[in-house]
Design a protein around this ligand. Structure first.
Ligand SMILES: NC(=O)c1ccc[n+]([C@@H]2O[C@H](COP(=O)([O-])OP(=O)(O)OC[C@H]3O[C@@H](n4cnc5c(N)ncnc54)[C@H](O)[C@@H]3O)[C@@H](O)[C@H]2O)c1
Ligand SMILES: [Zn+2]
Length: 349
């Protein structure tokens, strides 16, 4: 049920984990808590709040990526002040990746930091956003531009909350799961291949999420502040971010990651030892999961330009994370322009 605390805090995954939030808080020394939630998951948040003696106060916020802003952050600070939160009060945040990033940042900065317990309720948040201690809000100038590294007291994922998550949102998390499977290797990859043909209701979510948590946590533990190794988690993402931007965000992040993973594989084929058979398996898995593997009609030069903008922000060199084999991924690969163009061309027709 509980992941190895390689990051120094427990990551609990299981059915009915919501009912254990208060007990986990008490184990960590917190008796007083307030619960902040995405309004869409209020019923789940109520269950988390109920376990605290006298029930913890609950505040809900209408969220969504377009509300991951300084304005919403201001409203969250106001609620924390009104609830008389201090450093002895645990802030419990319930919701998807937007909620975790926003409430986590609020907690990291309110009174210079109050303790935060993250209760992710979307697949993206369970396998990705809630792991690794990155918090942020968006600025008009770009996504996640104001934020902090701040570890939570604990992460508690109740897989039963996924029962209310729309299938399209489940799919948003699958691209990252394929990414983690390529990073981790054959066993994890084959497990996902096995379940891909089964309906979501049958998936052993707790087991799959725990495995994904282990993969991400292991990478993060080697490089918490993102100076090097953590880059491996950007597999497929240099392409994905450019696809997203040039599509004017018509392509969701999860879909862009899927196309980006295929693109990274194509580039890896022209660069190094990544086997044709493994590339075929990645593409077949993405398709079995009903994820896109191309975005026809996207402007190739626009995508290449968008990648160069990204590169300017990152010290001038366009460097890629590429697979050499399942379970063997390298970062910092500089590719010839023609290889990058070739990959983009194939993924835009
Ligand atoms: N901090 C990190 O390391 C990190 C990593 C990846 C992504 N992120 C961030 O995460 C965000 C994306 O996360 P997301 O996809 O979870 O988006 P989200 O939080 O907007 O959730 C997606 C939708 O699902 C709803 N929802 C969530 N849980 C639900 C449930 N159990 N039942 C019904 N509806 C539910 C939400 O209200 C929302 O409408 C982005 O802002 C991204 O920047 C952060
Ligand atoms: Zn991603």
């Amino acid at each position: 049920m509980s992941g190895e605390p390689v990051l120094g805090y427990p990551i609990v995954v299981g059915a009915k984990a919501l009912d254990r939030v208060a007990a986990i808080a008490r184990e960590r020394g917190y008796r007083r808590a307030v619960v902040l939630a995405d309004a869409n998951v209020e019923s789940h948040a109520r269950r988390a709040a109920a376990g605290f003696g006298g029930e913890a106060p609950l505040r809900t916020f209408v969220l969504g990526e377009e509300r991951k802003t300084l304005a919403t952050l201001g409203a969250v600070y106001d609620a924390l002040a009104e609830l008389e939160v201090d450093r002895g009060t645990l802030v419990v945040g319930v919701g998807g990746g937007v909620a975790g990033d926003l409430f986590g940042f609020a907690a990291a900065t309110f009174m210079r930091g109050v303790p935060f317990l993250n209760v992710p309720t979307s697949l993206v948040a369970m396998v990705d956003a809630a792991i690794g201690g990155k918090t942020a809000v968006d600025l008009p100038a770009g996504k996640n531009l104001a934020g902090a590294f701040a570890d939570p007291v604990a992460v508690v994922s109740d897989v039963r909350t996924l029962e209310t998550l729309p299938p399209a949102q489940i799919r948003e998390g699958l691209g990252e799961m394929v990414k983690h499977a390529v990073l981790d290797g054959e066993e994890t990859f084959a497990q996902l291949e096995h379940w891909a043909s089964e309906p979501f209701e049958r998936w052993p979510w707790a087991e799959l999420i725990e495995r994904n948590v282990r993969v991400k946590a292991a990478v993060v533990a080697r490089d918490r502040l993102e100076h090097g190794d953590r880059e491996l988690l950007n597999l497929g993402h240099t392409f994905a971010h450019a696809f997203e931007r040039v599509s004017h965000y018509a392509l969701s992040h999860g879909s862009a990651v899927a196309v980006g993973l295929r693109a990274a594989g194509i580039a890896a084929r022209s660069w190094g030892p990544w086997p044709e058979g493994d590339q075929r398996r990645v593409v077949a898995l993405l398709r079995a999961l009903e994820l896109p593997t191309s975005y026809p009609g996207l402007d190739v030069d626009g995508v290449l330009a968008a990648m160069r903008v990204d590169k300017k922000r990152r010290e001038g060199r366009l460097r890629f994370v590429l697979p050499r084999a399942l379970g063997d991924v390298v970062s910092g690969v500089e590719l010839d322009d023609a290889m990058v163009r070739g990959a983009v061309e194939r993924c835009t027709r």
